[in-house]
Design a protein around this ligand. Structure first.
Ligand code: ADP
Length: 455
């Protein structure tokens, strides 16, 4: 009621003015009625004039954009202006806060890797995030208010949307490429729909890889098992001479050995995938590993190849000895197995200026055609399946090497030329290489651990 007092004062002022004017007119003209009339008109007129001016100012402010503050009058008009202004500012703040919350909400949905698309009852696009735009090849601005079925014409999608049965997600080939989308639709509001899309290409690929892997393992194990059961039947059914019997037993031994190598390699891979990254401060002597590898290679080659393994590098590598030994041994035994008699094999160490280094294993064997190189480290990939099996390979060796190198922050590089030979390099980052003389202490721990298979 703060406006009441100024209003009363105003009325009092107008009455006083009316009285003074009335008295003046009465004394000038001597007419009492005229004095009263002029006095009332001038008092009421003053009140109306003041109200008109203030009302006009408030109206002008309301008609404008209300950037400046409302007229600061006293009394009723001042209070009115103040209340209107405050209500408007409160509304503006509420709108701004709502807009900010909406923007934050939309940017959170925008950041989602899943596609989110909102449709109205007539299937017009109300809003979509970037992922949905990518999944459906849409332009998030230009395509707003467009009917989705005019833009995404895949018959399966159109039929799914129009059938209105959304209990099961739709799996759809991505229109932009070989990818696959899983699409879920949820209805909300008055006929609006929320379309959620998820790129499941990777998941399907991983599932296919797992299926292939199981099929490959089963196949690899079934082959020697079939051979073994054939031999067992032969031993039962046929009266063999001692020589024949010995021959069959040798062949059975080879098949058993093959299964053992396969199981050992599978366990190695499982162990590599399941264990934490090797610590960067456990140092192992490269020379000790090379010495063991050289002895194994000599035994495997049995004098068929000139082997040049440079032993005294004086280098230590940071990592797990059993894994590093397995990687080097896999490459050297591959070189021995695939290089025909008389071919040369060389293993050497090289240190680079930036402190990184590499072990390189070179052979003058048959080489590998360019198209096979990118796939060599895939599990069970063999250039020539039957020959690789003859030489006792499991098809897992290079994938073990690649895993080991990745875990040690390094890389396996392969160069090869058909008819000339191959060069396999194990490249180690500087952080995992040091010269033995740099180490203040020996590292007993580094020599522990079970040896991994190197077939
Ligand atoms: P495997 O156990 O069959 O040797 P790997 O993963 O070790 O499996 O090698 C994959 C394939 O790469 C082999 O089957 C073979 O065809 C080819 N390969 C590997 N090393 C050599 C090499 N030094 N020379 C020629 N081919 C090789």
């Amino acid at each position: 009621m703060t406006w009441l007092l100024p209003r009363l004062l105003q009325a009092l002022g107008a009455t006083l003015l009316g009285f003074v004017v009335g008295v003046a007119v009465h004394s000038a003209t001597g007419l009492g009625g005229l004095g009263l009339g002029v006095g009332v008109v001038s008092g009421v007129g003053l009140l109306l004039l003041v109200d008109a001016v203030r009302g006009y100012r408030l109206l002008s402010w309301l008609r404008g954009n209300q950037q400046d503050s409302a007229p600061r009058d006293t009394g009723l008009w001042g209070e009115l202006a103040y209340r209107v202004e405050r209500a408007m500012r409160d509304r503006d703040h509420a709108v701004a806060r709502g807009r900010l919350e909406l923007e934050q909400f939309l940017s959170a949905i925008e950041a989602s890797p899943n596609g989110v698309l909102m449709l109205d009852a007539q299937e017009h696009i109300l809003w979509c995030n970037r992922s949905a735009a990518d999944h459906f090849s849409l332009d998030p601005k230009r395509d707003l208010q467009q009917r989705i079925t005019n833009l995404v014409r895949a018959p399966a999608f159109v039929a799914y949307l129009q059938a209105g049965r959304f209990a099961e997600p739709l799996v759809l080939g991505n229109s932009r490429g070989p990818g696959t989308l899983s699409i879920i639709v949820r209805e909300y509001g008055e006929g609006q729909r929320l379309v959620l899309s998820l790129d499941i290409t990777e998941r399907l690929r991983a599932e296919a890889m797992r299926r292939d892997f199981v099929a490959n393992v089963s196949h690899e194990i079934r082959t020697p098992l079939t051979v073994l059961s054939g031999f067992i039947e032969t031993l039962h059914a046929l009266p063999l001479t001692t020589v024949e019997r010995d021959r069959v037993l040798v062949l059975m031994g080879q098949q058993t050995q093959r299964m053992q190598s396969l199981v050992a390699d599978l366990l190695t891979l499982a162990q590599l995938e399941g264990s934490p990254r090797p610590a960067p401060d456990r140092w192992v002597s490269l020379d000790a590993m090379l010495l063991r590898v050289a002895a194994d290679a000599e035994a495997l080659s049995a004098g068929r190849h000139p082997l040049r393994i440079k032993l005294q590098t004086g280098v230590e590598l940071a990592g797990v000895e059993s894994e590093l030994h397995s990687a080097i041994a896999n490459l050297v035994t591959n070189a021995v197995r695939y290089t025909p008699t008389g071919g040369e094999i060389e293993a050497s160490w090289r240190l680079f200026d930036d402190g990184s280094g590499e072990i390189s294993i070179i052979d003058t064997g048959p080489g590998i055609a360019r198209e096979h190189l990118p796939r060599l480290t895939e599990r069970f990939y063999r250039v020539d399946g039957s020959r690789a099996r003859e030489t006792g390979g499991t098809g897992l060796g290079l994938s073990i090497v690649k895993h080991v190198m990745q875990r040690h922050g390094g890389e396996l590089m392969i160069q090869s030329e058909v008819g000339k030979g191959s060069r396999f390099r194990l490249v180690f980052p500087a952080a995992r290489v040091r010269h033995a003389s740099d180490s203040a202490l020996g590292d007993e721990a580094a020599f522990g651990g079970a040896a991994l298979s190197n077939h």
